[in-house]
Each structure stands twice: as C-alpha cells, then as structure tokens.
Design a protein around this ligand. Sequence first.
Ligand code: GLN
Ligand code: ZN
Length: 757
Amino acid sequence: MTTTPTGPRPPVRSTVHGYPRIGPRRELKRACESYWKGATSAHELDTVASGLRTGVLAQLRAAGVDDLPSNTFSLYDHVLDTAVLFDLVPSRFASPAAAADRDEELRRYFAMARGDQDAPPLEMTKWFDTNYHYLVPELSPSTRPRLVGDTPVAEFREAAAAGFHTRPVLLGPLTFLMLAKAADDAPDDWDPLTLLDQLLDAYARLLAELRSAGATEVQLDEPILATDEGRAATGRLEHAYQRLGALTERPALLVSTYFGSIGAPALRVLKESPVEAVGLDLVTDDEAVDDLVQVSGLGSTRLVAGIVDGRNVWRTDVRAAAATLGTLLALADDITVSTSCSLLHVPIDLDAETALPPELRGALAFAKQKAEETALLARVLSEGGEVDDASATRPPSFTDARVRARLDALGPQAERRTKVRGLPTDTPLTTTTIGSFPQTPDLRRARAAHRRGELPDQDYTKLLREEIDRVIALQEDIGLDVLVHGEPERNDMVQYFAEQLRGYATTEYGWVQSYGSRCVRPPILYGDVSRPAPMTVEWITYAQGRTDKPVKGMLTGPVTMLAWSFVRTDQPLGETARQVALALRDEVADLERAGIRHIQVDEAALRELLPLRREHHQDYLDWAVGSFRLATGGVAPTTTVHTHMCYSEFGLIVDGIEALDADVTSVEAARSRMELVADLGRRGYRRGIGPGVYDIHSPRVPTVEEIEESLRLAVAHIDPHKLWVNPDCGLKTRRYAEAEQALRNMVEAARRVRADL
Ligand code: GLN
Ligand code: ZN
C-alpha cells in the first residue's frame, strides 16, 4: 500500500534470515548421533540444542545485528519440522496416541527423517539449487493440517527468557505445499495446494499464539517465488497473504523471498497485500531492483534488502552494497539490511581458520562476519559517512597467465571427440561399479593419522595399496567385468582433487549442513586453477597392475567440482569450469598414457546446478556440457569415457546428457529405473547407459531375482550391448558384508539374463 513518506525516515536496521544450526564444532551432529546410538538421553540432546540456539542469538547480538531471528534451529530439517508442527505425519509413522513423552516424540521425528524397521523415511531431496537436503512432506486428500506443535512459540519464549526479543521464522504456506508431494495413495491429478485454506487456518492459529506470547514480527519464508512455478502462482500468493494479513490477532508479517528475484507480478501482489514487510534477494541476480522500479517502489511496505550474499564466502564489497542500498532508499520508505538468504549455507566463523593463505583470508566472510557486515551496512546507511578502504576489499584475483594462454589456444575441436563409441561393449550387460568401495573404520583412522602427521607417507601408501589389492581380488572373485580401485585414498570426491589443484583452498572447520547430521566442508575455489602434478595416476595404475581386467580411472567432473565448492565470483562460472576442465584433461591424458582404457568423470551434481528458471537453462547447459567435453574430448577412440550422475529425473536435461558425448552414463535409478530406461529407449538414446540396479543408500541386500527382473525389463527397451549393470552409486557408505553380497547377486542376475539373450 503506497503512501507518501511523512516525517523523518526511520533508521535503517540490520537482520539476517537465518543462521547455521550445527554449532561451531558440529555439536549438533555429535549430540544427535549419540542420541541415536542410545548413548545419551532426550534431555541431554535438548540441552545441547538449547545451548546452540542461545549461542547463535548471543553471537548475532555481539555482531551488532538489530533484529534477531528465532525458530531457525532444527534437530534435522526445517521442512520436516513444519510438517510435524501441523500434524502432517504419514500414517506409517503415527503412533496410536499422540506421543506420550519426549522420547516417543523424537523417535517418531527421527523415523520420518531416517526410517526405522517398520517404515521407510520421507523422501529427501535438494533444497532449491543448494546442496542442503530437505525431507519431502507427503500429503493426500485425507490430510488434515492442524496446529499441534508449539516449537516456534517455545523457542520465542526460550529466547525471551535469555534476554532476546526475536522474530520467529516460519516456512511460508505456499512454499511448504509446493515442496510437498502427493502421497502414493493420492489420486494422480491431486495437488497438495488443495490444502491451502486448511493450512492457512493452522497458520492463523499459530500467528495468534505467537502474538499472545509477545512476538511483534514473524518471518514467512517463500523461496518458491524464485522458481518458475512459484512466480506463476500469483493467485494463490494473493489469496494466502490477503487472508493472513487480514487477521486481527497477529504480529507484523515479513514475507521473505530468496534464491533469486520473484518478478514484478509477484512483487506487486505482495506490495498490495496487507503484509508489513517484504524480503528480496539482491545478490543472486540483478533483477530485483528492476522489479521494484516496475511496481513503483514498495511505499510504506518495509523492504528487507538481502544484499549480503548468504550462499558464498566472499566479503561484501561494502562500498558497492551501500551504493545499491542508496538507490533503494528511493524505492521504499523503510529499509532493513539483510542477507540474501539464510546463512545456513556458509560456514560459521572465519576466525577459526588459521591456516588459510592470508591474502585469501582477507577476502572471506563466513556467517559471523556476514552478520557483522549487515550491521555495518545499516550503520553506514543510517548515519551516512564514509566506508573506509579496508571494508571495501574485493576478492583478490589470483590469475595465472599460463592457464589463460592454454585455454585461449584450444580451438573448438578440443571439445569434440573423433569418435564416440555408441556401442561400447562386445559382451552384453557389462558389469561394473561406480567407483568407491566401503571406507572401513581402519581406513578413516589411517587417513586422519596421516593428515595429523602421525602416520608416515610410506606406511600410509602401503596401507592403501593393501586395500587396493583386496578390492581388486574381491572384484575378480565376484566376476565383475570392469574393475575399480575403490577410492580408498579419497576423503571426499571434491575435496580430494581440490587439495591437489592450484587455485583451491580447503578449510579446517568450514562445515556446512548437507542433511541432518551430515556436514560437508566445501573447498574454496579462489584463483585460476591448474594441476601441478598428476592426481590419481599412481593409484589407478597400481590397481591396473594387479589385474588383467580393465580398471576404470575415476575423476570428478568440472561442474561437480564447482557445485560442491565455494567459487570465485569475479568471472562467469563457465570460465572457471573451463579451467578445472583443462586440469582434468591433463589428468585424463596421463591416465591414457599409463594404459588406462576406461575413464569415468563423475558429474554427480550436473542436475543440482541447473538454474531455478527455465530461461537460464540453456546458458547453463552450454557451459556445463562444454566443460565436460573439454575435460574428456582429448581421448583416443579406443578409450571408453564414463560418467555418473546421482539422480534420475532427467526430463529437463536429457539432451544435455547426450551432448556430453560420454560412451556410458550410469545413473541413480533404483526407484524409477524402468521409467527412465523406457524413456531413453523411446528417445533412441544412442550411448551406453547403466541404470543403477539397486539402491546403495540402504543396508538391505537385493536378491538375485529382483535384480534379474529389473534387467529383463531393461533389455526390453535398450540394446543389451548398450546396457551396463551397476549399483546406483558408490559403495563408500556401506559395510563390506552388504556390498559384497549385493554385488555377487548383481553379477549372478546379469549372468542369468545374458544366458537368455
Ligand atoms: N565415484 C564416486 C563414488 O563411487 C561417485 C560418488 C557420487 O556419485 N556421489 O563414490
Ligand atoms: Zn552417485
């Protein structure tokens, strides 16, 4: 609702959308895992959690942040929390009566997240285009949303008791329903949004309770508005916020959007609805300011300006940010400075990192430093005054003229293989695995000891070689056709390479939540990338020396190397990807020279980096595919190029996958395998395909018969000479007993189907 400003402008305040939950030393992980093992009580878990929440508020206040968020914590996932809050628990988890005590409540909560004997967990999937995973709520026409929990109120009170007045953060109703899926028993055309009105009733009750607990403002997160589907849902958006805004018993409402701009139509709806504030992401793309101009500014609706990047680790250029905010002062009467999204996606505290190169360190900001930046920007805007030079530091550019010259010298033919082997096998149904074998506790301990300098190089190498000997012997015994060395030397498929490439740095404590108690430590790609020395050749050739069967070399592709790192922003991602690709191209050439005939370049994250909006897909696929082809385009026609992807929803990128020119693509397809294969068959897919024949994420060992049945279905759609037989991902998280039996069953199933061809 536009009004002309009267009187003096309110001072600009600062806030953040949310903060990491895991604790500075991954305290949450330890507390959860120890509770799951039965080593600690529910009370002990809750005590750790409460300490972490209060710690975050204290840290934000110390950083100078004015408006503090609460309810940004979760024991596992905030989407799951929202489902539980509104009683949206599938019947397979519901206990007969409402949870009797805290243990019972937690048992059900963690069963939804992780499964138990009686019930498989909710499906887990990526949170927009991040590497955070949420649990997908299952809804059906008989679902009745109602407010049954009180976590947002309890955490508001807990914060108040510790001296913090907070703004409870809730997942917005539109985003919640659009991220949910129809349960298996729902009719095919049923849409979870059908439940919008009932869910709004439940939100209304929650808002009233928060109001009576003393909350003056609540944040409703609607990141779905950055996607094509969300942008198109203006009718529902208007309906939802007209209703919530019209409530009389409620705190002020901040509707927060992030992961991209939302477009002028959705922004107009929010501006004209009775909500007090709107949060916009000013970092991900540069369209938000245009949207604001198009709707003639927000008038008296407060703008929460997400100007500090919540997804990356670079310091904000405070001078440039202050200039942007300056233009926004003309487009809203009241402004709060914030982060572009929750700080969930960045590590907690740069101060903990003592080993980073100083010039790099000076260019970085983690969650705590970003909170300080919002406070600084608010001060600069309120009080005017100069930004000193130190706070205007830009990321250093670490350029390497040699890398640039080499890339410039490569013509387009570098990305074209002379001959892609459409039918790569002489035998039908070639069996192989995706790369890693189980990482035993012994291996992990040895790697940690080696890292600490307590295990000498020769001893570590000897140990790894013994492990490779075992893995090769096991595969021969099982009867697999194309072997792997098992990746015992790798801590992680990205970090292992990042540690060896110039232009990358790794952190000591830079943990980020991936899902539940699982955290990753993304490396930082800060300069031009090059490969000082071969990275994998020693291990692969050692393995090849132990067998007459072919051993597959194993590399991580350029897109995945970027997706699971923090990446420099001073040049387009596509350019950075080409540098990584060039380093990999050298590695591929060295592997070939060493006699390796199968080379796999994993692009586990190709789908994940796909932009949220279709209009950006082609640009992305162009550079993503180009960089893969640059990495692999130098191989001889006799070399078989493999790639692997960790998902099976190919609809959007199937053409891109074909354009990679890989001879064989293995995919995670254990659940929807036959649909994928049938689809590829219809499309006349020309390359080799290895649809994962069983789910490695579960400890369950598949039977020969079930694998056999899948393979028989597959050969009905795909030429068996193009069909590879493999598990659906690497085996590193499994135990040997499970992995070995599953592979034996897989090989036996392939043998039976071959016999009948
Ligand atoms: N080669 C890797 C492995 O087997 C691939 C892992 C992945 O796809 N996430 O572990
Ligand atoms: Zn995988």
